[in-house]
Ligand binder design. Sequence first.
Ligand SMILES: [Fe+2]
Ligand SMILES: [Fe+2]
Length: 170
Amino acid sequence: MIPRMDRVFTRYRDASAEYTVGTETAGQTMTKSFGNDLCRPVPWLESFTVGDAVIDAEHRAMIDGCNEFCRLAARGAEAAEVAAVLRALAADFAEHAASEEALFPLIRFPGRDRHAAEHRRLRARMTDMIAHAPFAPDLPAQAAGLRALMVEHVLRYDLALKTWIEESRR
Ligand SMILES: [Fe+2]
Ligand SMILES: [Fe+2]
């Protein structure tokens, strides 16, 4: 079953370093707010699953990697360490984007151009961060912002693959 987007939401406020993760049921909002605790990891939710084992495992690894990056940023790591972790994250994301883009024709996914453009936008954002973020005074907020972009991409773009993956198996 395809999860309804209006029942799953993730809201982030980068500037205030506050994020909320939760589910919405029957018009009632249940949230857990973590205030300024940037170290608090974003949990893996079943609703992130697109139904392809490789893609799901890569998404999980990317979210874990972003959580690790946030932890590192929040504890004030050295610039060289921050840059190395960001480079590894960017390499993992590039590999993951290639996995998804290789899947598009196999499942006859119609939104491939727009989706691939979004991958390029995220890769450019990461390249920019490798150059500037290690020295940024607001690194924790930037790390949380990058993580928010990654989760948002899964929810807004990657979950659209789910129907086509299921359809291709019939
Ligand atoms: Fe993805
Ligand atoms: Fe994607």
